[in-house]
Design a binder for this molecule. Structure first.
Ligand code: R5P
Length: 293
């Protein structure tokens, strides 16, 4: 299959180019700017008639504009004759609002999925937030694949750390913490997290495991405000850990997350390149390439 790979709004350009190189297909940049009154201006350089278009675009930073721009790009591509539009969203935003937590709230994940399903033909993403949903099929009515970077995280942790215990900072994260620990062959546990608000959480150990003198690696799918990892690190140090590091798939680092993480004496923070950030040390390009082949 011939692909043209583009990015929208500038997110994931390096990743898109790398995937294009691996697949030996063309990378074609897309112009997105604004008219003087602020209306979006969008233009494809590539000829799209009869082609399959792959949009590689992470929904961070600027999740709201990402959604808007991806829809504009996909609709334009179809209008220009593209046969199929595949969206690779290495990080897909809105999925954490998967229910109405308070009366009157938007269930953002459903709205986002409805809008994307109307404009793209296929979706590929990574370690998306599937806590109350069991599968992307519950929200998307187009073929949607949720890839996982867990084995890449496991390989990184195995190479980098010794004498370690892996901790999932909340009960949901135990599933991937356990998978990673199996590969690393080390003890694993998780904390129980109580979330009071989007900026306040508390954690405590439920499945007790000795941490004294151990190197603890906290693994999570998302680091957003950093509060979850910070509280987990504090608890690990309180329980005698010698050193705490954090490894996550998606590093959003909202607000002052990095400062908080540093204050909590987390030695290193490592993420994948699903969202471009200086902590990226784990590359998902190969997995995207394989999923598209
Ligand atoms: C929650 O369910 C996720 O797995 C993460 O633990 C959470 O999204 C992290 O958010 P924050 O960094 O804001 O605590």
């Amino acid at each position: 299959m011939r692909f043209i790979i583009i990015t929208s709004c500038g997110n994931s350009i390096a990743l898109a180019q790398d995937v294009a190189r691996r697949l030996k297909v063309a990378y074609s940049p897309l112009t997105i700017s604004a008219f003087p009154d602020g209306d979006v201006y969008l233009r494809f350089k590539a000829k799209l008639q009869g082609e399959t278009l792959v949009i590689v675009h992470s929904f961070q930073p600027e999740p709201n504009m990402s959604l808007f721009n991806v829809i504009f790009a996909a609709e334009t591509a179809k209008d220009l004759g593209a046969k199929k539009v595949i969206l690779v969203a290495p990080y897909l935003a809105f999925m954490r609002q998967d229910k109405r937590f308070h009366p009157g709230e938007a269930v953002s994940s459903k709205i986002m999925a409805k809008l994307l399903s109307g404009s793209v033909d296929q979706l590929i993403t990574f370690d998306t937030h599937l806590h109350r949903y069991h599968s992307l099929k519950e929200v998307f009515c187009i073929p949607a694949r949720n890839l996982t970077a867990n084995m890449l995280l496991a390989a990184y942790i195995k190479k980098k750390f010794r004498n370690l215990v892996i901790i999932g900072p909340d009960e949901e994260s135990y599933q991937w913490a356990e998978e990673i620990a199996k590969v690393v062959q080390c003890p694993v546990t998780c904390f129980k997290k109580t979330r009071y608000s989007s900026r306040k959480v508390a954690v405590k150990m439920v499945k007790t495991i000795p941490l004294k003198g151990k190197n603890v690696v906290i693994v999570d799918d998302v680091i957003s405000t950093g509060h979850t990892v910070v509280e987990a690190a504090k608890e690990a140090y309180h329980l005698g850990a010698k050193r705490v590091d954090a490894v996550a798939v998606h590093g959003l680092f909202a607000e002052t997350a990095m400062t908080k993480l540093k204050k909590a004496k987390i030695k290193t923070i490592t993420t994948t390149n699903t969202i471009k950030h200086k902590t990226n040390k784990i590359d998902v390009a190969d997995l995207i390439g394989k999923a598209l082949s």
